[in-house]
Write a protein that binds this ligand. Structure first.
Ligand SMILES: Cc1cc2nc3c(=O)[nH]c(=O)nc-3n(C[C@H](O)[C@H](O)[C@H](O)COP(=O)(O)O)c2cc1C
Length: 389
């Protein structure tokens, strides 16, 4: 089943595997680099059905890192070069589009960071201002514009990031949305910004035929955040737009980052590579309070994801702790349409090819010590197996 083709929008994937959006931190000045291309081409050559470039911002105001992509016409030729090379290896290409909202900094965003509500970004210390309606309309339009640029750059699909505590998720979650206007309070109001973005995205989808996936939180991981029942209601609205699939995840990068990935929080690695030594020291001292660990287990989101499978008809994409052919087949057997993987493809870009050739007993070498995560924030996403430091 894992190696049966799958039709996603207008493109047919050669199998059911997708390289999940996992921030490579391989851009420079918000633009693609040869290193970013080489990595995704290696995953494509390694047998993946579709690979996803991570975490591109739809506008300048949504950027957290210099090594992130910012969707703008100037980078379309370089992106086209990457999608051409991915296609030449037989894989499809996708790009994750989002806006980091309150997780940005003036130095990257070019303005005081904006979020659903006023606050502070502790990770890149700065104050955050609540976004105005006109700004939200502009960002929604930016989502549509970014999808069009992705189409021009040869991507088969886009993945809209509506989870993990980034801007759309900041509006959905009562944890970060304290507004009393039309964007806050009731679930209907909290979904308003997401719907504005989806209106724009799906209009461009209808014109171009590009595939659309949406990454969505099943739960935020905190009592006052989104829980499964409310998340299912949100997923039903996303489904009603006719998206090509919903990617089910969970967690808030600012509060429960390890809920997304599980396993050890590599505070030593994170602080070792940080340039801001004062911030590194405070994370070393207090990081354990901000980043509580969640134990890793194989396919750790599966039981929660099944609740969504039972409630929804649209295609669903599973992500979280897939490290073996057996695990991937189990996920598909539970009714999911595609399987995303991140860390095992950081450790071993050709893991899919190995699963195909070695068969049912094949397992990843990834040990989820999460060195790749600690390193990503300051250098680039690499597995400790593949570097000499
Ligand atoms: C280094 C790294 C960077 C990540 N960056 C992103 C990201 O940019 N966007 C996103 O939605 N998820 C991101 N994730 C989460 C992954 O997409 C995925 O949901 C999570 O790692 C669980 O999948 P896995 O067990 O196969 O690694 C990242 C994960 C890792 C390990």
């Amino acid at each position: 089943m894992l190696f049966t083709p799958y039709k996603l929008g207008r493109v047919t994937l050669r199998n059911r595997t997708v390289r999940s959006a996992a921030f490579e931190s391989m851009g420079a000045d918000y633009s693609p680099t040869q290193k970013l291309k080489d990595y995704h081409v290696s995953v494509a050559a390694g047998g993946i059905g579709m690979t996803t470039l991570a975490y591109a911002s739809v506008s300048r105001s949504g950027l957290s890192f210099n090594s992130q992509l910012w969707m703008r016409p100037e980078i379309v030729p370089a992106l086209k070069d990457i999608t051409d090379a991915i296609h030449a290896e037989g894989a499809a290409a996708s790009i994750q589009l989002g806006h980091c909202g309150n997780m940005t900094h003036i130095s990257t965003a070019g303005q005081i960071p904006i979020g659903a509500s006023n606050g502070i970004n502790l990770y890149s210390p700065t104050i955050v201002r609540r976004a105005r309606r006109a700004e939200l309309e502009q960002i929604a339009a930016d989502f549509g514009r970014a999808v069009r640029l992705a189409h021009e750059a040869g991507f088969d699909c886009v993945e809209i990031h509506a989870g993990h505590g980034y801007l759309i998720s900041q509006f959905l979650s009562p944890l970060t949305n304290h507004r009393r206007d039309e964007f806050g309070g009731s679930l209907d109001n909290r979904m308003r910004f997401m719907r504005m973005c989806l209106d724009e995205v799906m209009r461009v989808r209808d014109e171009t035929g590009i595939g659309v996936l949406m990454k969505h939180n099943m739960y935020d991981g905190l009592n006052c955040g989104i829980q499964v029942p409310e998340s299912i209601e949100i997923a039903r609205v996303i489904e009603s737009y006719g998206v090509d699939g919903i990617v089910l995840s969970g967690g808030f990068v600012s509060r429960t980052p390890m809920l997304v990935m599980r396993g050890a929080m590599p505070i030593d690695v994170l602080t070792h590579f940080m340039k801001n030594r004062a911030l590194a020291l405070s994370i070393k001292l207090f990081g354990w309070m901000m980043m509580r660990p969640y134990p890793w287990s194989e396919c750790y989101f599966l039981e929660d994801a099944k609740k969504f499978r039972a409630a929804l008809k649209c295609p669903l994409v599973y992500v979280g702790g897939v490290v073996s052919r057996e695990g991937a087949e189990k996920v598909l057997g539970a009714g999911f349409d595609l399987v995303q993987m991140a860390r095992c493809l950081v450790a071993e870009p050709a893991f899919v090819r190995r699963m195909e050739t070695e068969g049912p007993d094949c397992r990843s070498v990834c040990d989820h010590t999460n060195y790749c995560i600690g390193r990503m924030y300051s250098v680039d996403m690499q597995c400790h197996r593949n570097v000499e430091e």
